[in-house]
Design a binder for this molecule. Structure first.
Ligand code: B12
Ligand code: SF4
Ligand code: SF4
Length: 273
């Protein structure tokens, strides 16, 4: 992990590279930069830079693609089992520790994509503005290397200038016959695009999708970055997924019960005020 003043020797490229370099060992291996003016143009006043960090000149968006983050989390739980027991959401807590350990000089503020983040930002839009991908028919951001398997984790608003990436303008699903829609047993693609209501309703009447999503699994893009069975379970069903994390790390005394995703209550949790 890098230490010292991140801005010390170089310019904007070096700042981005140093942060990327510091985060990569934790599996936070995808970074993009969004233009603050573009972000401001897309969000209500309560989410504009002036409200979040006055004087913002760069927004760094951090994601995880492939098995790196999960492997790093399992390893940490193996080495420090007490950290697992102490956390309600071990993966989210791991991400928070990793990004907050990166020394960033100047005024800055981290935000998180977790469902219980203290201040909620639309990370799919933010990641799109940071050049990390486009909007797929699954409703998820599709990344050129990791496909639908790019987790969005954190964003840092900084008062340092950063050269922004360009949002992708092409349709990431162009040329695909819609394997996701064809694989969905829950009627969640009524007009060829995923919609949350039918998907949530299906969760209410069937356990078929309790620990995975056939539609997401059917997408051929970024297949090499698909989650392992344990990681899938953790993200889709924390109740049982947490126990699988503990088992993978060899921890036998984790007594907490995982919770989420919140299919029934997400609207209240994410309402922008
Ligand atoms: C609440 C929430 C849910 C809710 C509601 C989903 C929803 N439609 O928003 C529930 C519980 C149902 C859910 C389920 C899942 N979620 Co979820 N969820 C969130 C959370 C915490 C907030 C989303 C939010 O603000 N919704 C409210 C508004 C914004 O939703 P909306 O109006 O439908 O969204 C519009 C905007 O996003 C807009 N948009 C504008 N610009 C752009 C650009 C792009 C590229 C895209 C894709 C969209 C977009 O388009 C949408 C439709 O108009 C985010 C994390 C975050 N802070 O962003 C993760 C997040 C969106 N979820 C994620 C995932 C992976 C899932 C699941 C696949 C797995 C899971 N955890 O169960 C499922 C399937 C959902 C699916 N196919 O979209 C990932 C998506 C990663 C990616 N590559 O896109 C996120 C970013 C979490 C993360 N840590 O990475 N989720
Ligand atoms: S979770 Fe189930 S119902 Fe929802 S999109 Fe995936 S396969 Fe379809
Ligand atoms: S299966 Fe095809 S349409 Fe569906 S998300 Fe993947 S590329 Fe897009």
């Amino acid at each position: 992990m890098e230490t010292g003043n991140l801005l010390g020797a170089g310019g904007v490229t070096e700042l981005r590279e140093r942060i990327s370099h510091a985060l990569a060992p934790s599996g936070l291996n995808v970074v993009g930069v969004a233009d603050p003016a573009r972000w401001d143009a897309c969000v209500p006043a309560t989410r504009q830079c002036e409200a979040l960090l006055p004087g913002t000149r760069g927004i760094l968006v951090v994601g995880s693609g492939g098995p790196g983050l999960w492997d790093a989390l399992v390893e940490e739980c193996r080495l420090r089992p007490e950290a697992l027991q102490a956390q309600a959401h071990p993966l989210d807590a791991f991400v928070r520790r990793a990004v907050e350990a990166v020394p960033v000089s100047g005024r800055h503020r981290w935000f998180f994509a977790s469902a219980d983040a203290e201040l909620h930002l639309d990370f799919r839009m933010l990641a799109h503005l940071a050049g990390l991908g486009g909007k797929s028919r699954m409703g998820l951001l599709l990344h050129r290397e990791h496909g639908l398997w790019l987790g969005l984790r954190a964003a840092c608003f900084l008062d340092q200038p950063l050269a922004p990436d360009s949002p992708e303008t092409s349709d990431p699903c162009a040329g695909c016959p819609g394997y996701c829609a064809q694989a969905c047993p829950g009627g969640a693609f009524p007009a060829g695009e995923w919609q949350v209501e039918p998907c949530a309703e299906f969760h209410g009447v069937s356990t078929h999708c309790a620990s995975s999503c056939d539609a997401r699994g059917a997408c051929p893009r970024g297949a090499g970055s698909r989650y392992s069975a344990d990681e899938l379970h953790y993200h889709y069903n924390r109740g049982t997924g947490r126990a699988r994390l503990a088992a993978a790390a060899g921890v036998t005394h984790d007594t907490r019960v995982g919770e989420g995703p919140h299919w029934g209550t997400w609207r209240d949790r994410t309402r922008v005020r």
